[in-house]
Design a protein around this ligand. Structure first.
Ligand code: PAF
Length: 292
């Protein structure tokens, strides 16, 4: 496995690779959710490139940039074991040289949900992903369904800017009690960690309500909210039942829908979602089980 830290090293290494090149952008502190993406690339592409870069531009001033968990040694060992060809770990000054002033803003789909709570977040994400795409020039790029809105923003950016890249969105991976895997779960103490499974339980309630025939999106939101509010350690940010491509809130669920939420437990904001597409629910994969 090669490790590139400069653009020259990346470009030299990239020239030797067979195509298609599959790419997984990450901020490191890898967990089984990231590794499921990497393993999928290994199966589907000739060469596997993973980036590790904690992108300052996607953190708000009060957010956890300084505390964001890191473990480069462990990440590299995990990636090597997955058969990765190249890790691209640029320095902040490579991605944002002095006097930096160019940004990618994806308009409507960046505004609701996470975008309402984190106003510059998706500008930072779209900008860094565009720069990573320009540097790596993959044919395929892989993202997790956990960050559902991020995947929508990236798809829109790729379409609008004519990037010749297929975006593949892979199932969310869950702990055994249903908590969606996230690098930020490490912030939870043991009481908070126990309480955190309420997000999954609440989504399950929403799903069963739909399956019992409920099609009124407001009623579904109410079912989810009731479950979350019954857990005293939670503080809700949003609960949404929206169209999965436009992220516009629905009144009636007559076709596809994205049920999503952001919930604070202590200072940690957790996000989760279930996706309804063509009559099938994509609820993620509990560790050790096929997608249900
Ligand atoms: O999902 C993430 O880890 C980040 O938002 C990404 C896509 C690597 C961009 O920094």
């Amino acid at each position: 496995m090669q490790i590139a830290k400069t653009l020259d090293e990346l470009r030299n290494a990239r020239q030797q690779f067979n195509e298609p090149i599959g790419f997984v952008p990450t901020m490191g502190f890898l967990h089984p959710g990231h590794l499921s993406l990497v393993k999928r690339v290994r199966l589907e592409c000739s060469s596997v490139v993973v980036s590790i870069f904690i992108n300052p531009a996607q953190f708000g001033p009060q957010e956890d940039l300084v505390d964001y968990p890191r473990d480069m040694g462990k990440d590299l060992a995990l990636l090597k074991a997955c058969g990765v060809d190249l890790v691209w770990a640029p320095k902040p000054e490579t991605m944002y040289p002095g006097g930096y002033q160019t940004w990618v803003e994806v308009d409507r789909v960046s505004k609701p949900l996470e975008g309402a709570r984190r106003p510059r977040h998706f500008r930072g994400v779209a900008t860094v992903v565009a720069k990573l795409f320009n540097a790596v020039q993959p044919q395929k790029a892989y993202f997790g369904q956990k960050d559902a809105q991020q995947a929508v923003v990236i798809r829109q950016m790729v379409k609008d800017l004519n990037f010749p890249i297929d975006i593949v969105v892979c199932p969310l991976i869950r702990e055994i009690d249903g908590l969606a895997m996230s690098s930020r779960n490490v912030y939870l103490n043991s009481n908070q960690r126990q309480a955190a499974s309420v997000l999954y339980r609440a989504l399950k309630k929403g799903q069963s309500s739909y399956e019992s025939g409920e099609r009124n999106a407001k009623k579904l939101r109410e079912v989810i909210i009731k479950e979350i509010d019954a857990e005293p350690l939670t503080h809700r940010d949003y609960v949404s039942v929206a169209h999965p491509d436009t992220l516009v809130e629905l009144d009636i669920i007559d076709q596809d829908a994205l049920m999503s939420m952001a919930v604070y437990i202590g200072k940690t904001c957790l996000i989760d979602n279930f996706l309804l597409r063509n009559g099938n629910w994509h609820t993620g994969q509990l560790t050790g089980e096929p997608e249900g």
